[in-house]
Design a protein around this ligand. Structure first.
Ligand code: NAP
Ligand code: ZN
Ligand code: ZN
Length: 349
């Protein structure tokens, strides 16, 4: 089936409207009319081949909310008319240790990404959510609490679960002192979710103007990370930090803010490596540095249900598809309040 999508033809050209062909609906598949798709910084990295893995043409988008319009014969989990979500994964091997443990994001064969992956039925690319429709195996489709405003739900599918997963995996508890680095798409969800879990949140930002927003979103302390005196004032005060920055930077000033046994979790994926941190304070305070990749389908559903109960969505700026390039520029400048979301129905293809 041919549909309209926003397509990157190569790393240098702006995204433009073009036709793509989706696979025919298989027995396990759900066909979704896309209502909203969030704009993740990963989409920008991929559209511009900043991780050197992009294959063109490429359709970005992995924060998808839409309505089920068709189901295959074997689909039991979703029905026509349901409001559903799709995140970063659309398939995995289903057999390895991690798939069996419901941790598909760590599939030993590598999960199939929502875009720039290989569709196992067609051998063609998978196409992302900057499009009118998507066809996805039911296992990778989650249910959206209908009490929530849907445009603000879209960013939960990547930004939300990417910060939720390490908060849960590393067992952050009420009262824990949690730092969040960078108030962008991921960072603002980390502030909201960590504070809803009862943590006391410190936001580190390079943008002094974001302080009032950070407090409104749930932070109790805001630190301008380029101000050495402010950084020095919070030495050894935190249990756990999530670093959501998309650019290479020095990790040592953040390690200095961790208490003994503290952990720094990196979720930002810069195009060039961070410089190696100084191990001496890590040794003497038994510090850990971890990475964390998105979250499982089960964690995505848990996070959505939690957001439904706590009335949490992303703070968004709604755009039409034609505005994507301006959105990318603002995102590069750290000027997003705090996630762009494409309204598919407002888009002129
Ligand atoms: P974003 O909205 O652009 O936010 C990034 C934030 O980082 C900015 O708002 C800014 O916050 C801060 N920042 C930017 N440049 C900086 C610099 N040079 N030095 C210090 N801080 C800087 O991006 P996002 O969508 O949240 O994504 C963040 C990163 O996570 C990207 O690399 C993305 O690819 C990655 N990601 C990873 C996963 C995963 O599974 N691990 C999933 C999704 C995305 P302030 O203005 O507050 O400083
Ligand atoms: Zn993403
Ligand atoms: Zn697997």
């Amino acid at each position: 089936m041919k549909i309209n999508a926003l397509v990157a033809q190569d790393a240098a050209q702006p995204l433009s409207s073009a036709h793509i062909t989706l696979r025919a609906v298989q027995p396990q598949d759900v066909k979704i009319e896309i209502l909203y798709c969030g704009v993740c910084h990963s989409d920008l990295h991929m559209a511009r081949n900043e991780w050197a893995v992009s294959r063109y043409p490429l359709v970005p988008g992995h924060e998808i909310v839409g309505r089920v319009v068709e189901t295959g014969d074997a689909v039991s989990q979703h029905r026509k008319g349901d409001i559903v979500g799709v995140g970063v994964m659309v398939d995995s091997c289903r057999q390895c240790h991690f798939c069996q443990q419901q941790e598909e994001q760590y599939c030993e064969a590598g999960f199939t990404a929502t875009y720039n992956g290989i569709d196992k039925y067609t051998g063609d690319s998978t196409w992302g959510g900057y499009a009118q429709h998507v066809v996805v195996d039911q296992h990778f489709v989650v249910s959206v609490p209908e009490s929530l405003p849907l445009a603000g739900v879209a960013p939960l599918l990547c930004a939300g679960v990417t910060v939720w997963s390490p908060l849960r995996h590393f067992n952050v508890q009420p009262g824990d002192k949690v730092g969040v680095v960078g108030l962008g798409g991921l960072g603002h969800m980390a502030v909201k979710l960590a504070s809803a879990l009862g943590a006391e949140v410190t936001l580190f930002t390079t943008s002094p103007g974001k302080g009032a927003d950070a407090r409104r979103l749930g932070a109790s302390r805001v630190v301008v990370s380029r101000d050495a005196a402010q950084m020095a004032a919070c030495q050894t005060s935190l249990d756990f930090i999530i670093d959501c920055v998309a650019a290479p930077h020095d990790l040592d000033p953040y390690l200095a803010t961790l208490k003994t046994n503290g952990r720094l979790v990196l979720v930002g994926i810069p195009d060039h490596p961070h410089q190696s941190p100084n191990v001496t304070p890590m040794v003497f305070r038994r510090l850990s540095i971890s990475g964390s990749s998105i979250g499982s389908i089960q964690e995505t559903q848990e996070m959505l249900d939690f957001c439904g109960r706590h009335n949490i969505t992303a703070d968004i700026e709604l755009i039409a598809g034609e505005e994507i390039e301006q959105a990318f520029v603002r995102m590069l400048n750290g000027d997003v309040k705090y996630r762009f979301v494409i309204d598919m129905q407002a888009t002129r293809w």
